[in-house]
Write a protein that binds this ligand. Sequence first.
Ligand SMILES: [Zn+2]
Length: 64
Amino acid sequence: MPVYEFRCNRCGHEFEELASWRDLEDGKVQCPQCGSKEVRRKLSLFATRYGKSQSSGSSCGPTG
Ligand SMILES: [Zn+2]
C-alpha cells in the first residue's frame, strides 16, 4: 500500500498513513492526534520531481 499524506481539518495536524483507496472511501483514516475523521488527503508523494534544468548559454537575443 502506498503512503499518503493527510491533513486534519480539525486540528491541522499533518501525518502520513498507509492506506488503500478502500480505506479512504470508508473513512477509516483518522487523525492520530485528535481522532477526527475529517482528514484530507494531500497530493501524492510521487509527484514528478525534476531538478532544476541547468540552462547554460547566454547566446540569445541579437543586439543591434
Ligand atoms: Zn486532528
